[in-house]
Design a protein around this ligand. Structure first.
Ligand SMILES: Nc1ncnc2c1ncn2[C@@H]1O[C@H](COP(=O)(O)OP(=O)(O)OP(=O)(O)O)[C@@H](O)[C@H]1O
Ligand SMILES: [Mg+2]
Length: 452
């Protein structure tokens, strides 16, 4: 029988809650203040704790802190007399599983208690990723590259080859497929390892600024140039210069870059001295450069200079076998980064992720995992913690065929309903996912006449 501890100084409240819970078959123990409660947590080892916030002696928040100090993972539900947003936030931050206003309607109490106890059971039934896949354990570095599909293995081999020679490399791939990560890896895994790595985003800067970034400038060469400045080519020295989003480079700058590649030297903007160019050039693009060449937007001669070696990164939807390893990798990385300890993956989660089309590729997967970790109430990522942009879940080519001629309010209604169903009508969770307050959610439920 599952044991529930109620900590509350109000005898009547304890009696009402006990009545509801014993009817459900739980074993209930009562404590009239926080200190006694903590004693019981140690001696009785309850499966769930309900604690009042305001009590004589120590507060509900302090009870949660004490539990955390004891390294006990028993879920805690915080009870309070008034709906205080700040307190809700604080108790959830401290690790409360849920927050209930007193008096709690019996069905809400039953449902919340059930959910909290289930979350423990689900967690206990699942393997822990920190004990899984030991081969990923050495990935303390952010530069770890996950991939076991043949295409990715081929890429690893190629990185091994090119990193020992300073050939120029062009990396092609959709947004978020890991182009920058690959560029860093090429730099770090070979002869350039101890040399500088300099990154320039060629699409984010205007022509003048980009040229002064790349080549540097001498004092007075244009209005803002109050002193000499070294360019990125000079700073990269005999290391690597990574030219990201090369497709955005203007025609003039392309000509200048081509000259650098041909002559292996350049001058600062406004300067006369020639500076040798010794860096390896890695470029990345998420646009198809061959198309841009046909449209006259990219120089063909420059293209052939840059793509001495080409790495084509496949979109994530073409390597679904990597999704599980990526999820585990991101859980470890993000737990560490955000001080969380979500180490288990619920049933059906990987399949759900494999069914999605990932237009934002690996970056989108990483963000999805981060969001799931933040939303997880225990140490498990469960299906309802995963929020996918399912409006996009068909291929781009299919999308126009499935476009339904709906009004915005119809879409809003359907989306709210879908989210509510996904989270089992847990309105706290639904309003969090939807980014609206609970009263707003309630008014929309009423407006659209939604029901379970
Ligand atoms: N194979 C992989 N293994 C582990 N992490 C990866 C992998 N591929 C990408 N990532 C991670 O995904 C995120 C996006 O990768 P990155 O920034 O390299 O993509 P990109 O192709 O440069 O994207 P964009 O075109 O939008 O600039 C990063 O956090 C990166 O560490
Ligand atoms: Mg990038």
């Amino acid at each position: 029988m599952e044991k529930i501890l109620i900590i509350d100084d109000d005898k009547i409240i304890r009696k009402i809650y006990r009545a509801t819970l014993t009817k459900e078959g739980y074993d209930v123990i009562e404590a009239e203040d926080g200190n006694i409660g903590i004693q019981y947590i140690k001696s009785e080892n309850p499966d769930l704790i309900l604690t009042d916030y305001q009590m004589p002696g120590i507060s509900g928040l302090e009870v949660i802190s004490e539990i955390a100090k004891m390294k006990i993972t028993t879920p805690v539900i915080m009870l309070t007399g008034y709906g205080d947003v700040a307190l809700t936030i604080k108790s959830i931050q401290k690790g409360a599983f849920e927050f209930l206003e007193k008096p709690t309607p019996p069905d809400v109490l039953r449902e919340t208690v059930r959910r909290a106890l289930d979350s423990v059971k689900i967690s206990q039934s699942l393997p822990d990723i920190t004990t899984l896949n030991t081969r990923l354990d050495a990935d303390s570095e952010n530069n770890f590259l996950v991939g076991k599909t043949p295409k990715m293995k081929e890429i690893f081999k190629n990185i091994g080859m090119i990193s020992m020679n300073k050939v120029n490399v062009l990396i092609e791939g959709e947004t978020g497929t890991g182009k920058e990560l690959i560029a860093r890896l090429v730099h770090l895994s070979g002869i350039t390892r101890d040399r500088p790595l300099v990154v320039v985003n060629c699409s984010a800067l205007t022509e003048t600024i980009l040229e002064s970034e790349l080549f540097g400038h001498v004092k007075g060469s244009f209005t803002d140039s109050i002193r000499d400045k070294k360019g990125k080519f000079e700073l990269a020295a005999d290391g690597t210069i990574f030219l990201d989003e090369i497709s955005g480079m203007s025609h003039n700058t392309q000509v200048k870059l081509l000259r650098v590649l041909q002559e292996l030297e350049f001058e600062k903007v406004g300067g006369e001295e020639t500076i040798p160019m010794r860096a390896r050039i890695i470029t990345a693009t998420n646009k198809n450069l061959e198309e841009l060449i046909k449209e006259g937007k990219f120089r063909e001669d420059l293209y052939y200079r840059l793509k001495v070696f080409t790495i084509q990164l496949p979109p994530l939807k073409e390597r679904k076998e990597d999704i599980e390893d990526l999820v585990i990798h991101f859980m470890k990385k993000l737990n560490k980064k955000f001080g969380k300890n979500v180490t288990k993956i619920g049933d059906g989660v990987i399949e759900m992720l494999q069914d999605y089309c990932w237009p934002g590729n690996v970056r989108e997967l990483e963000n999805t995992i981060l969001q799931a970790i933040v939303m997880s109430k225990n140490d498990v990522i469960e299906k309802h913690n995963i929020v996918l942009n399912t409006a996009l879940s068909t291929n781009i080519s299919d999308r126009s065929q499935v476009l339904e001629l709906k009004s915005l309010s119809e879409i809003e209604k359907d989306h709210i309903e879908a989210i509510l169903n996904r989270v089992n009508w847990n309105k706290v969770e639904a309003s969090r996912i939807l980014g609206i307050t609970r009263p707003t959610l309630n008014s929309k439920i009423e407006k659209y006449n939604l029901a379970r």
